[in-house]
Design a protein around this ligand. Structure first.
Ligand SMILES: C[S@@+](CC[C@H](N)C(=O)[O-])C[C@H]1O[C@@H](n2cnc3c(N)ncnc32)[C@H](O)[C@@H]1O
Length: 248
């Protein structure tokens, strides 16, 4: 295990402020790593990405029990839009705010639901900040992904043997991936009807997992022909082409 002094135990004059990308796991506060807890306990500033400033952050709800009381919260607006210009402006603004804290000597933990390296805004921030920081000023703390938590919840393997595992972000044109045995479909709230049609056509086994390990969790085995109009944004589908091993 990586041994490092807690941020608060190193005198401010001798420590270099760091950016931590902290994966807080899928929801259940007990599914956060010991390393993430260690980092959070020593933090001065917690950066929370929010799609709407008035909304509560799930990542903060998970992390707050592990943060020192009185920790400063830096809310960063990350609008949910496909507009590249708006997104880039938001990432740049967020990067400027984080860099300003680091320049003042304050370490910052940027919270990510699940793992910071999987479909996270953290990756865009890193791309901007990497050129402005020393390599030892950045540390990414992995987290349990929502897909791992969903697979564990239903006792399904994500992949076995030599089978590939394809992870797709709610895209059109699922047919392209028909030949693959294991798919994980993230962000399915965007195109659930396509996903359901695909399942009906292929007769695959699929599970819709919503808010895994959070209040309001819903896990259901999807039947061919099932109609569901809308799902929560925090939903994914685990999909297995082969029905020879019935996993239901
Ligand atoms: C921006 S991605 C973040 C993925 C995250 N970094 C991870 O490692 O799982 C958001 C998508 O992750 C999935 N997701 C995240 N948390 C979830 C949860 N607790 N239950 C089900 N799906 C979740 C949903 O598909 C959602 O649309």
């Amino acid at each position: 295990m990586q041994q490092e002094q807690n941020e608060r135990t190193i005198p401010q004059s001798t420590r270099k402020a760091k950016l931590y990308g902290v994966g807080v796991g899928p929801g259940d506060p007990s599914l956060i790593t010991l390393r993430a807890v260690e980092i959070l306990q020593g933090m001065q500033v917690i950066a929370i990405p929010k799609s709407k400033m008035e909304r509560e952050s799930v990542a903060w709800e998970i992390a707050q029990a592990h943060c020192p009381s009185g920790v400063r919260i830096l809310e960063l607006e990350m609008p949910m839009t496909a507009d590249k210009e708006i997104l880039q402006a938001a990432w740049h603004q967020a990067a400027v705010k984080i860099k300003a804290e680091l320049d003042l000597g304050h370490s910052v933990a940027f919270l990510t639901l699940g793992d910071p390296s999987l479909y996270s805004t953290y990756s865009y921030l890193l791309a901007i900040l990497k050129s402005q920081l020393e390599p030892d000023q950045i540390e990414t703390i992995p987290g349990i992904t929502a897909m791992s938590a969903a697979a564990a919840r239903v006792n399904w393997p994500l992949a076995i043997g030599d089978d590939p595992l394809i992870v797709l972000p709610g895209i059109e044109g699922l047919e392209e991936y028909e030949q693959y045995p294991n798919l994980v479909l993230m962000k399915v709230s965007r195109n659930l009807p396509d996903v359901l049609n695909h399942i009906q056509k292929t007769g695959a086994q699929a599970v819709l997992a919503t808010r895994v390990s959070q209040t309001g969790e819903e896990i259901r085995l999807l039947s061919p022909g099932e109609v569901i109009e809308k799902v929560d944004y925090l939903s994914l589908v685990l999909y297995k082409k082969d029905r020879s091993e019935d996993l239901g």
